[in-house]
Design a protein around this ligand. Structure first.
Ligand code: ZN
Ligand code: ZN
Length: 346
């Protein structure tokens, strides 16, 4: 089968022909219908050797939708034929966080010897930028019948991460609330819609790109700004919830300064922004800061359900799997609006 593989650290991936895997034990084989590209793939391919505890060659792709076509001897064969999306965080299932339904904070997935631990498909284990992918067990699947796989794939990371970041702060979201979304890309465009669905009163969006600001308006932002500092200046009494999908030096500090009393800043992006935290650093009383990572399976099921009932519009551009290397270049240069989704040959 065709697969997009990273064969050397610090290099572009390659399109390669590799053997079709066969499921053993509880494994399930998914015929991939669509797989999304993510900026964290760029982070992985740019990494120096030794940064990640991932064996090479590694098939990339952690936003994967498809159909279960084969089950290992110990797997539940009822899954065969099901349309699914893969939950990309392969937690241990037994630690206290997994037992709490917080698999995204599985205690076994923490870095080892300073090196990133394998997390799931495309991130340490063979991923879905291929014609098929193996999943270790059915607990890493969410049924997705009724959702176009091209729209479903980006939900696995971009949709789930945005949903989780918003849902964690649901207690702050009501008809009165003022919410600020910084960065209207793959994740931010979902966050706007999820905030709207949760009943947020006022939503302000920030993006440096004119086409992203246009998209934000279409998705229901009440006001749009080119930079975080300008948005902060226009917020008046401050924001109850700020979601920073950039996490850059130009966004994190102005965002923190724009919090209303009791407000919270969720730093989702990781572009090097820094903030000094303390009780006496001039932030509004009762401030809170979180740095969420991806999301648990239950949130993936919830975001898929939103898409199924038409409450979530996915902005995706599709390309053939064979164009992967070129599409990664476009992603790097900022030439993708919404999410880039690759489709394997029929
Ligand atoms: Zn990702
Ligand atoms: Zn665990």
């Amino acid at each position: 089968m065709l697969a997009v593989q990273l064969t050397a650290w610090g290099a572009e991936p390659e399109l390669r022909e590799i053997p079709l895997p066969r499921p053993r034990g509880e494994e399930l084989l998914i015929q991939v219908a669509a797989a999304g590209l993510c900026r964290s793939d760029l982070h992985v391919m740019d990494a120096a050797a030794g940064s990640f505890d991932y064996p090479l060659p590694l098939t990339l792709g952690h936003e994967v939708a498809g159909t279960v076509v084969e089950a290992g001897p110990a797997a539940d064969h009822d899954w065969i034929g099901e349309q699914v999306v893969v939950h990309g965080i392969w937690g241990c299932g037994g630690c206290r966080n997994c037992l709490r339904g917080r698999e995204n904070y599985c205690l076994r997935l923490r870095p080892r010897d300073g090196r990133g631990a394998p997390i799931g498909n495309g991130l340490g284990y063979p991923g879905g930028l291929a014609e098929a992918v193996l999943v270790p067990a059915a607990r890493f699947l969410v049924r997705s019948a009724g959702v176009d796989p091209v729209h479903c794939a980006p939900l696995a990371d971009a949709g789930l991460t945005a949903y989780h970041a918003v849902r964690e702060h649901r207690d702050l979201i009501d008809a009165q609330s003022v919410c600020l979304v910084i960065g209207v890309g793959g994740l931010g465009h979902f966050a706007l819609q999820i905030l709207r669905a949760f009943g947020a009163g006022q939503i302000v969006a920030v993006d440096t790109r004119a086409e992203a600001r246009e998209m934000a308006r279409r998705l229901g932002a009440d006001a749009v700004f080119e930079d975080a500092a300008a948005a902060a200046g226009a917020l008046g009494e401050g924001a109850d919830l700020i979601l920073d999908f950039a996490g850059a030096p130009s966004t994190v500090a102005p965002a923190a300064a724009a919090l209303a009393p009791g407000g919270r800043l969720s730093v989702v992006g990781s572009a090097g922004g820094r903030i000094t935290a303390g009780k006496d650093v001039g932030l509004a009383a009762g401030w809170g800061i979180s740095a969420p990572f991806w999301g648990p399976r239950a949130d993936l099921a919830a975001v898929v359900e939103m898409a199924r009932r038409g409450a979530l519009h996915v902005t995706a551009q599709t390309y053939p799997l064979t164009a992967a290397v070129e599409v990664y270049r476009q992603l790097r240069s900022g030439g993708i609006t919404g999410r880039a989704v690759l489709v394997p040959p029929p």
